[in-house]
Write a protein that binds this ligand. Structure first.
Ligand code: GDP
Ligand code: IMO
Ligand code: MG
Length: 429
């Protein structure tokens, strides 16, 4: 297969970064298609850790092209500091990255509005990352947004930005009781950033079309996860973009017939950062111990992640809406020593049993998980590189997850490092 999309099947942080970095070895072009620096993808190579927020996880190789597509919203200063860090640590060539002219710019007023709204919402807060992603997508949809394309004519860019700052300041002051921001500071920062950003700007849709026509292998890197998708997730406790595989089309300009396969990523258990329903959530010492063992603290904000058992209802939903070819199961090593291990096989809701999501997503607020228990294992599994090297109970667990999700398991990850992986089926093979 030549074009493959990797997407999260849960509430984010499934280990997409690790799997994209691994598969990128066989790809030519690696593409982000939605979201912004609310994403945080951790890569560990030979013990060295990298956290990528906007740059696709192909950046650790010297011979790949990374593309940030039109469906993303990009904080230019965050992007430049990420580029600087990567260049310093990896000595990347200047042309390693292409940024779509049509991507929208995230400004300080987006962050200020995001944070002020969350503070005002109190107990009703979504628990956003506070990076202004929702307000930036709002501006895109209301056609008030500025795109990198607008930087070409700095005079008209200046006029539009001044108008936006005036509008946002009025809203910030009157409604959110926040402090107004300086438009002059923003313009000055953009004037400086512009010179550095221009060389990266590209008609990325055309670039990708040519790459695909030339037979290059293209890997699409989803951010967040299916349950954070604006349409299919646990609305309103979601992010402000579509993060399922079909977003790769609108978010890059590639046509639907051109995607060969979708690989869903799932933890061997479940985590969630921020508020919202979580039927299989675990509280108390067991959650604390899994959080500790799995280092389940948000890479974007440092917040402790909520912990729960694997949920097959979510896996089936993700398999359906993403048209999933197979699943990569990550963090299996974290379950070592847990016995029994619970798996949610369905929900009990209003007296009925459901194998797929009960009608109306608010059903998740009260649905009760139906659990099945499996025997655990005690052996450390971080060095396993084939299924045969895993304890029999770990193999049974993997097999059961594949059965419940209705898709085959392509990859099993047993540690954060690129090397700590069992590849059963490589989509690019
Ligand atoms: P992403 O947002 O989906 O890319 O995931 P994050 O990088 O935010 O969170 C996943 C975390 O789990 C990171 O700290 C990874 O280094 C780590 N990780 C990924 N796969 C494994 C695994 O198989 N075992 C363990 N122990 N850690 C893993
Ligand atoms: P990656 O790509 C985990 C969550 C936030 C919050 C909700 C809305 O690393 O998997 P936003 O700032 O997007 O408006 O916040 O979505 N969220 C994530 N949780 N991983 C992510 O990305 C997330 N991106 C957004 O915690 O609950
Ligand atoms: Mg993450």
């Amino acid at each position: 297969m030549k074009t493959v999309a990797v997407v999260g099947t849960q509430w984010g942080d499934e280990g997409k970064g690790k799997i994209v970095d691994l598969l990128a070895a066989d790809a030519d072009v690696i593409v982000r298609f939605q979201g912004g620096n609310n994403a945080a993808h951790t890569l560990v190579v030979d013990g060295e850790k990298f956290i990528l927020r906007l740059v696709p996880a192909g950046a650790l190789y010297s011979n790949k092209t990374c593309v940030i597509g039109n469906g993303t919203v990009v904080d230019p200063l965050a992007l430049l500091s990420e580029i600087d860090d990567l260049k310093k640590r990896r000595g990347l060539a200047d042309d390693f990255l292409k940024l779509s002219y049509e991507a929208h710019i995230v400004f300080p007023y987006h962050r200020a509005i995001d944070q002020a709204r969350e503070a005002r919402a109190g107990k009703r807060a979504i628990g956003t990352t506070g990076f202004g992603i929702g307000p930036a997508y709002e501006d895109k949809m209301s056609r008030a947004g500025l795109r990198f394309d607008d930087l070409a004519n700095f005079q008209s860019f200046t006029e539009k930005l001044r108008r936006n700052v005036a509008d946002k300041n009025a809203y910030l002051k009157a409604v959110l009781k926040g402090k107004p921001l300086s438009g002059a500071d923003m313009l000055e920062a953009m004037r400086r950033a512009r010179r550095r950003l221009m060389p990266y700007l590209c008609d990325t849709g055309e670039y990708l079309a040519q790459a695909i026509a030339a037979g290059k292998r293209v890997l699409f890197e989803g951010a967040h996860g299916t349950m954070l998708d604006i349409d299919h997730g646990t609305y309103p406790f979601v992010t402000s973009s579509n993060c399922i595989a079909s977003a790769a089309f609108a978010g890059t300009g590639m046509g639907p017939g051109q995607l060969d396969a979708v690989l869903g990523i799932s933890k061997a258990y479940t985590t969630r950062v921020g508020a919202g329903p979580f039927p299989t959530e675990i509280k108390g010492w067991l959650a604390d111990s899994l959080r500790e063992e799995g280092v389940e603290f948000g890479s974007a904000t440092g917040r402790p992640r909520r912990i729960g058992w694997f949920d097959a209802v979510l896996a089936r939903l993700a398999a359906r809406v993403n048209g999933m070819w197979a699943l990569a199961l990550t963090k299996l090593d974290v379950l070592t020593g847990i016995d029994p291990i619970k798996l949610c096989v369905g929900y009990q809701y209003k007296g009925n049993r459901y194998e797929t999501m009960p009608p109306g997503r608010h059903s998740m607020d009260t649905a009760k998980p139906i659990f099945e228990e499996m025997r655990g294992w005690k052996e450390r599994i971080g060095d396993a590189r084939s299924l045969e090297e895993l304890p029999a109970n770990a193999r049974r667990y993997i097999e059961r997850i594949g059965e419940l999700a209705g898709v085959s398991i392509a990859i099993v990850s047993v540690g954060p490092d690129r090397a700590a992986t069992i590849v059963l089926k490589n989509p690019f093979a």
